[in-house]
Write a protein that binds this ligand. Structure first.
Ligand code: APR
Length: 228
């Protein structure tokens, strides 16, 4: 039987595709306070600003290309059953060709109904406009999980971590929960590899192999060692 690999990715894996990380920029996200653009309260206060902010993020994502790290993870599927659990709202894992991806924080290329998060729709192009409605007649919003909202995919992600024979952590500061708590589900005997130039401290995990490199070189190195 093929071994199972679970991969937890964060903003660092997309940094070399030109998409900024969050905590390398003074607590601001592209110059915005997250409380103004990434909470349900912000959406109710100023939906136009929130739409504008995510329209710009979507434009940047559509202009970005997957890098060597996204591509290396696809190669892992030749030998293993791979589940990618990403905190990223970009679609670079999909475009690289990975086949099983759990988007913990949603995906920016889709919209969702303002009244029913289960109603999601692909967005044509980069702009989601005010006045665009779901089938229930409510305004469409970006399909992303905002601060203070539930993370519906967390159980599926925890299941993938629980079953992992090999666990990779790539480019995440591991400070945002519940995503950061996923490491505690990984079995003690699993092989665990972290790729991050800053290598954040990871508590509650033993025998962690650290590759303190950028994702574009560190991930291919990790994949090579797993595919020997
Ligand atoms: N290669 C690999 N890792 C990198 C690179 C790179 N080229 N550049 C930076 N990093 C690392 C940083 O050292 C840091 O540990 O990526 C990590 C980025 O951390 P954050 O900016 O905190 O991003 P992330 O962990 O994904 O944030 C989690 O926070 O604001 C929310 O919802 C948002 O999903 C996001 C969550």
């Amino acid at each position: 039987m093929r071994q199972k690999v679970a991969v937890l990715t964060g903003a660092g894996i997309s940094a070399e595709s030109g998409l900024n990380t969050f905590r390398d920029s003074d607590g601001l996200w592209e110059g915005y306070d997250i409380n103004d653009v990434a909470t349900p309260e912000a959406w109710h206060r100023n939906p136009k600003l929130v739409q504008h902010f995510y329209n710009l993020r979507r434009k940047a994502v559509l202009e970005a290309e997957p890098n060597a790290a996204h591509r290396a993870l696809v190669r892992l599927e030749e030998k293993y059953d791979v589940t990618i659990v990403t905190q990223n709202i970009d679609d670079l894992h999909e475009r690289a060709g990975s086949s099983d991806i759990i988007h913990l924080h949603g995906i920016i290329t889709k919209s969702q109904s303002d009244v029913n998060p289960n109603l999601t729709y692909p967005i044509e192009g980069w702009e989601l406009k005010m006045g665009e409605k779901c089938e229930l007649g409510s305004q469409l919003r970006p399909h992303v999980v905002w601060f203070g909202e539930a993370v519906p995919m967390i159980e599926k992600a925890a299941e993938a971590c629980l079953k992992a024979d090999i666990f990779l952590i790539i480019g995440t500061s591991l400070v945002v929960y519940p995503a950061a708590g996923l490491v505690s589900y990984v079995p003690a005997q699993a092989r665990k590899i972290l790729v991050d130039p800053k290598a954040p401290p990871v508590s509650g995990i033993s025998n962690l192999e650290v590759i303190a490199e950028k994702a574009s070189t560190g991930v291919p190195r990790a994949v090579n060692s797993l595919c020997l």
